[in-house]
Design a binder for this molecule. Structure first.
Ligand code: T6T
Length: 314
């Protein structure tokens, strides 16, 4: 199957390698729009999506923006609508504002499959694949409580309140803390603008200055984790434990050196593979599960070298 890399500025179809025709002689084209192209999470997801597309002999058209933001994702979806794909596998960067551009694609005949993040109104969505984000947030609260003896002020640095994944992780975290760890004082979540690591660092530095009693940080995605680590380093506060989410190369380094005490890992390659398989099944008129929810894995500084854990690093 062909993997089309489309120009960032628009939908200029590059070399379209021949793909195997499907039974009825028509090529199936699946568009795949990640939340951002700069995140190792979505790079791993792309590999899983390519694997499924190769196996099934369908065309995969990959197009995304570097920044995780609705402003960057909207024009990509609008441009795709003009190409009438059979299905769109998408990680919506905003649960509400991505509805309209995706509805236009659905109205044009495309099946919509969400992967990772979801839409608030899923009436146009035929299938969804994601990780159990509430569970991931709750697991992070357990790790933080264990590290600080269940006591103290905890900062939370979120990517975007419009990303359903981040919302669910923060909810899972705060609920578990409220139910099990009354000694934890969880501060209101500080949100990043876009997915810039520098912005995450600046926001964490401000939090540390405003709340000198912070004893731990929950950073529920890759740029938040890396920016929080940079902030601790800049202020010489590496003793404050971070529990992060995802596993870029830098995050794994930070885990191994103890700056990050635990990382909640997802299975992005599997998510990409399952989402493309669901999209193709829909196009072929087969029935699919409406929601596939995958488990998370907890990597810690102690278990980071175990093969059973490290095989999940992205
Ligand atoms: O944590 C992932 C993803 O699950 C989330 O929706 C957005 O951020 C990441 O891509 C990591 O950068």
């Amino acid at each position: 199957a062909a993997m089309l890399a489309l120009g960032a500025a628009g939908c200029t179809n590059a070399q379209n390698e021949p793909t195997e025709p499907t039974g009825d002689g028509e090529q199936i084209t699946i568009a795949f729009v990640p939340g951002s192209t700069s995140s190792q999470f979505y790079v791993a997801m792309k590999e899983g999506a390519e694997k499924a597309a190769d196996e099934l002999g369908v065309n995969l058209v990959y197009q995304g923006a570097a920044d995780f933001s609705p402003a960057a994702q909207t024009p990509i979806l609008n441009a795709l609508a003009a190409t009438s794909p059979d299905a769109v596998v998408v990680a919506p960067t905003d649960a509400d504002s991505m509805f309209a551009p995706l509805k236009a694609l659905a109205d044009g005949g495309a099946y919509i499959v969400t992967v990772d993040t979801q839409l608030a109104d899923d009436s146009i969505v035929s299938a969804a694949v994601t990780a159990s984000n509430e569970q991931g947030g709750a697991l992070a609260a357990d790790e933080i409580a264990a590290a600080v003896g269940g006591e103290g002020t905890v900062a939370v640095l979120g990517l975007s309140p419009a990303a359903t994944t981040i919302n669910a992780r923060v909810d899972g975290f705060t609920q578990r803390a409220a139910e099990e760890y009354p000694g934890l004082n969880v501060l209101p979540t500080e949100y990043m603008s876009g997915s810039d690591i520098g912005d995450a660092q600046t926001k964490t530095e401000a939090l540390l200055l405003a709340h000198p009693d912070i004893v731990a940080i929950f950073a529920p995605n890759q740029p938040a984790s890396e920016g929080a680590a940079n902030a601790l380093k800049a202020q010489g506060k590496q003793g404050i434990p971070i529990v992060g989410y995802d596993s870029s190369e830098r995050q794994v380094q930070l885990l191994k050196d103890g700056t990050v005490i635990a990382l909640i890992l997802q299975q992005p390659a599997l998510e990409g593979e399952l989402a493309v398989k669901a999209a193709v099944a829909l196009v072929k008129g087969e029935s699919v599960e409406k929601m596939q929810l995958l488990d998370n894995v907890v990597a810690t500084t102690e278990n980071a070298d175990d093969e059973a854990i490290s095989k999940y690093f992205y």
